[in-house]
Write a protein that binds this ligand. Sequence first.
Ligand SMILES: Nc1ncnc2c1ncn2[C@@H]1O[C@H](COP(=O)(O)OP(=O)(O)OP(=O)(O)O)[C@@H](O)[C@H]1O
Ligand SMILES: [Mg+2]
Length: 358
Amino acid sequence: MATDRIISPTTTPIEEHANWALRPQSIDEYVGQSELIERLLIAIEAVKARQKNATDLDTCEHLEHILLHGPPGLGKTTLAHVIGTELGTKVHTTSGPALARGTDLVAVLTRLQPGDVLFIDEIHRLPIAVEEFIYPAMEDFKIDICLDTGLNARTVQIKCAPFTLIGATTRAGLLSSPMRSRFGITHHLKYYQENELIHILERSSSLLAMNHPNDDSHGQIASRSRGTPRIANRLLRRVRDYAAVRADGIVDKQVVDRALKLEGIDDLGLDELDRSYLSTIRTIYKGGPVGLEAVAATLNEDSGTLEDVVEPYLLQIGYLARTKRGRMLTNKACKHLGLPLMSSDEMIENKPTTPVIG
Ligand SMILES: Nc1ncnc2c1ncn2[C@@H]1O[C@H](COP(=O)(O)OP(=O)(O)OP(=O)(O)O)[C@@H](O)[C@H]1O
Ligand SMILES: [Mg+2]
């Protein structure tokens, strides 16, 4: 299945457990996303300065609500916990689907202490009914709940402590605009540069007590990690196992190469599904444009999965273009896979009209 791929940016609870020790604990350990980190450092310092003068619960200063969006595995959840640590407050974690009714939200909000962080993962999946409850909570730290129905109906107002909501989503486009507008800081997390991934891998391999010589073995893993820390750490664990069993625990360039070849990953981080996706478009659909549904049917894969877990990286490295008329391959992809290059006639015939990104 596409989601079981070693280079899948999404995760499982078991992997999350294995990853826990590798998570940065403080803002200094959080690598990359420098613009966002600078914005947060300023906001946190400013709020801490104001908190010194706050006297009671009503005037308690809190950090503005933050919306983090971007592809899976780039560090949204990690950052929410790091922010909590920097503020010196507790982070309460929940998710859009877990807040099915208004009362679920009330239960969460009434547990908050002044200044706490409420982290709502997959906030785009918050039911509309709950979204309406959350607006007054975000603005005025109160919730109006309706008790009973018909003639007996009455509204009760419940106050909660001032808190910071951190929302995370991979699908910012699905958030309603009233919801988006209630966040003071909104930021799109970017894919990581290779040197940033190397930095993350160096820290992880020392936490995992790995024995690696001073060569480019981390660079070899970073270049196959699709700009994603979660994938980098996962590949590192696979390499560690391979090295332990087949190479006396020594990790060098050759060992990395052999370990990741065994996993079916090429030197750009593409796996079997990426390769069959690209070659299907070239061989069956002459390089495109072709509709996603058609490619999905040919590959016997779910179109949503292809859109979420295969296409983003191929678009990012310029192997694929999305146009109004469908998906198109680029000659860069053909070269990498050793497929016949597209002739200039095919290129003109297939020329994209308006590129659609994302
Ligand atoms: N900036 C970073 N520096 C160091 N390690 C990081 C960083 N960002 C992420 N990681 C590592 O990558 C793993 C995945 O990050 P995280 O779970 O925070 O991603 P996410 O954006 O919340 O993903 P999802 O959208 O699937 O929930 C973490 O366990 C952590 O070890
Ligand atoms: Mg997360």
